[in-house]
Write a protein that binds this ligand. Structure first.
Ligand SMILES: Nc1ncnc2c1ncn2[C@@H]1O[C@H](COP(=O)(O)OP(=O)(O)O)[C@@H](O)[C@H]1O
Ligand SMILES: [Mg+2]
Length: 382
């Protein structure tokens, strides 16, 4: 489980550390920075797939992704005595992302490219991985500074410098997991790769989930929800069939699910009062979205952490309480982060005891949170 998430200099997030629990709700007005947090988490996961630099370039490079306000907002700027303006930079240009879990932590620090053929690609300047919650020289077990990487030897605890020079766009997470001393790196990479993100479950008329599909073993719903029928069939076959039926009944009393059409099938829903089941193509946007959320959250192979961006979109208000129950139940088995601006959903999720609610606000263009749970975070130095 992730215990801390730290972001610095990314979009509207100048500096933020969150202490995470099993069920985390991030809320706030439009433009308060919720999606930036979602994207920061996804960038961390993409680091483990070798896509960190490419994804930042897709966003327009550091000139777009880097916090656009001043390095520090002085008291006189806040009081309105001075205009908000940049002063001479005291530190270097830097975008930092990091997290810690119960047993290890990782942080990456990106800066401006120095020359090079791809001006949009930021450079990875520093990476560190450490055992325990807080980075210290003594508990670091892998470190990268510019092109140089060193790993701590398993047997002796001494540092071993790798002979390879790492290019500025490659992360040590993907390129230095050598079997001799890089075992922790390898383990961490596999965990980060499995973080799961749902942002754009499609329910429009042309949505892939509405079309018949090959019904094959599918323990993980695709990010666009295109394999809904297969994912639901998999939950019925190897997951918690009973809980699935209960979740459907909780949201749509009296309704039952089926997979129609054989090997190449689609979801069918029987509802009270109707003489024939409705196929996925006929379901309302909200109903289909809810089934997609059920398939995502009841996956028989849950990840370490699942992150959902605005799952409430197009749901009828009546479905928010069942959704809160579904999320709370999933949070008993895997860590959940829900980004939402639906106050009823946020309220319904508050009841849980192992949860945290973060309310984002914009202050002088900067994302601020009402509770800072990560005061013990520190970044590895450049
Ligand atoms: N580089 C940047 N520096 C500062 N603010 C930014 C930067 N890029 C985007 N923003 C601002 O960040 C805000 C947060 O956007 P977003 O995370 O999408 O908000 P939400 O998801 O909460 O609606 C937007 O108002 C946007 O104008
Ligand atoms: Mg958003």
């Amino acid at each position: 489980m992730l215990t801390q998430l730290a972001i610095s200099g990314y979009r509207s997030i100048r500096a933020l550390t969150l202490g995470l629990r099993a069920l985390n709700v991030v809320t706030g007005a439009n433009g308060s920075g919720k999606s930036s947090l979602y994207r920061a988490l996804r960038l961390l996961s993409e680091t483990a797939q070798g896509r960190l630099v490419g994804s930042l370039a897709q966003e327009g490079g550091l000139s777009s992704a880097l916090w656009a306000g001043p390095e520090q907002i002085s008291r006189s700027m806040r009081a309105g005595e001075h205009p908000v303006q940049g002063t001479r930079r005291a530190g270097v240009v830097s975008l930092k992302l990091g997290f810690s879990t119960d047993d290890f932590g990782y942080a990456v620090d990106l800066g401006l490219p120095v020359g090079g053929p791809f001006p949009l690609d930021p450079e990875i300047k520093v990476e560190a991985m450490w055992a325990g919650q807080t980075v210290r020289p003594a508990n670091m077990f892998a470190e990268r500074r510019g092109p140089a990487v060193r790993l701590r030897r398993h047997a002796t605890g001494e540092w071993r410098r790798l002979s390879t020079q790492l290019p500025p766009f490659d992360s040590m997470v993907t390129h230095c997991a050598d079997p001799e001393d890089g075992l922790e790196l390898l383990r961490m990479r596999d965990r980060m790769r499995n973080w799961r993100f749902y942002d754009s479950l499609r329910t429009d008329r042309e949505a892939p989930a509405r079309r018949p599909q090959v019904v094959t073993y599918t323990p993980v719903l695709a990010s666009d929800g295109g394999d809904l029928a297969a994912a639901l069939a998999t939950i019925r076959a190897i997951g918690d069939r009973q809980a699935l039926a209960e979740a459907v009944d909780d949201a749509f009393p009296g309704a039952t699910l089926g997979i129609g059409g054989g090997d190449y099938g689609s979801v069918e829903m029987r509802q009270t009062g109707l003489l024939r089941p409705m196929s996925a193509a006929e379901l309302s946007d909200g109903t289909l979205r809810y089934l997609l959320l059920i398939a995502a959250l009841m996956s028989p192979r849950l990840p370490e952490i699942m992150v959902l961006n605005e799952p409430e979109a197009s749901l009828h208000p009546q479905l928010l309480a069942p959704l809160a129950r579904l999320l709370a139940k999933a949070a008993g088995q895997c860590q959940i982060v829900v980004v939402s601006h639906s106050e009823p959903l946020v309220e319904a999720l508050r009841q849980g005891d192992d949860g945290a609610t973060f309310r984002f606000e914009k202050e002088f263009g900067e994302t601020k949170v009402d509770q800072d749970g990560g005061s013990s975070w520190s970044w590895p130095s450049r």
